[in-house]
Write a protein that binds this ligand. Structure first.
Ligand SMILES: C[S@@+](CC[C@H](N)C(=O)[O-])C[C@H]1O[C@@H](n2cnc3c(N)ncnc32)[C@H](O)[C@@H]1O
Ligand code: SF4
Length: 341
């Protein structure tokens, strides 16, 4: 039998601290590995061998695992996937997480397709803000990049998120060489006009096709150069903290643009992230080669203390850095969509 809810809280079970002294406060939770787009850098056209539905954590299991995380010092929870908004119980989940005794700050990363319908219910349930992925402003390029003609839905989703107060709305963009790599300046002009915060993300080797290639990646330096050549004045904003994005004030501010140089300018030293996969595995890093099966433990009647011990143990095994740019780097088995991006 599982220990009653809240049993661990009285015992101050410690925090999630690794061997390098990094304190983990930010949990990324993948709600599903499935998706209604097929971004070519993330998923093959035919999809993947999806995690069987019974293997996904239920609403109750997700709530319990996150609660135990909050008792270990998690203060920030980001729901992601795959596409988190295709889970029918996503609004219920937000309601439950927002009602936890140590309710974390709740955000969500989405492709935006279902956001026009869900932005308001999510905000009312307790979600604070969203990141919406949008790599291009050209409908034709969007269809080529995601294999679905859905750009208008994404733009409607972004507008709905802003109207619902899920602000600041951040927009994630991955540039791909020969596809949308000429769009950095146009995306920034659009983001400034729309009042959303744009963040470019370097493409990482997390695709199931293993098609990532260092030479094809559009780097942080290229992005900054493209923006400067388009006439933007960018000034670094001090104190990145544990945020993956380097922020730059645009034309004197207050608007900013972010660049997540995961490969060429990694932020591992300040990383405070842990991850829960859609099938309930606890990972200390996107690029980790090990993970702990919390689902089995939870379904076998593990107590809160046992779950907390496994969480802490995995954090203790966390590597100092992902090493993508080193010769010995090995891509993890699981793709981004299953781990949770
Ligand atoms: C995996 S998605 C999951 C959430 C949602 N489906 C979305 O697209 O926003 C999260 C973020 O990861 C990014 N992403 C996916 N694969 C990537 C890769 N190989 N390198 C860098 N970013 C990637 C996406 O562009 C998106 O902004
Ligand atoms: S990046 Fe997000 S929207 Fe695109 S295929 Fe991956 S999970 Fe789906």
């Amino acid at each position: 039998m599982a220990a009653p809810a809240g049993a661990a809280s009285a015992q101050a079970p410690g925090r999630l601290i690794d061997r390098f002294g990094r304190v983990h406060r930010d949990l990324r939770v993948s709600l599903t590995d499935r998706c209604n787009l097929r971004c070519t850098y993330c998923m093959p056209a035919d999809g993947l061998a999806w995690i069987p539905s019974p293997d996904l954590l239920t609403l109750e299991e997700l709530t319990r695992v996150v609660r135990i995380g909050t008792e270990l010092g998690i203060t920030e929870v980001r729901l992601t996937g795959g596409e988190p908004l295709i889970r029918p119980d996503v609004v219920d989940l937000v309601t439950r997480l927002a009602a936890l005794p140590r309710a974390p700050h709740l955000s969500l990363t989405t492709n935006g397709l279902c956001l026009a319908a869900l932005a308001r219910p999510l905000a009312e349930a307790g979600l604070s803000r969203v990141n919406v992925s949008c790599d291009t402003l050209s409908r034709e390029t969007f269809a080529r990049l995601t294999l679905r003609d859905r750009l208008p839905d994404v733009l409607a989703g972004i507008a709905a998120a802003r109207d619902a107060g899920l602000t600041p709305v951040k927009v994630n963009a991955v540039l791909m060489r020969g596809v949308n790599d000429h769009e950095a300046a146009a995306l920034l002009r659009w983001a400034l006009a729309e009042g959303v915060q744009l963040r470019f993300i370097e493409q990482m080797p997390l695709d199931p096709q293993h098609g990532w290639n260092r030479a094809m990646m559009v780097t942080r330096a290229e992005i900054l150069d493209q923006l400067a050549r388009a006439g933007f004045r960018l000034a670094p904003v001090d104190d990145r903290g544990s945020a993956p994005a380097e922020e730059f004030a645009v034309d004197g501010g207050p608007a900013t643009v972010g660049v997540v140089g995961s490969v060429t300018n990694p932020f591992c030293d300040a990383c405070d992230r842990v991850r829960l996969t859609a099938d309930g595995h606890w990972r200390s890093c996107l690029f980790a080669h090990g993970e702990a099966d919390l689902r089995a433990l939870v379904r076998d009647g593990g107590t809160d203390e046992q779950v907390a011990a496994v969480m802490r143990g995995e954090v203790l095994r966390k590597q100092r850095a992902h090493g993508i740019d080193e010769p010995a780097f090995r891509q993890p088995e699981r793709p981004m969509s299953a781990i949770g991006g």
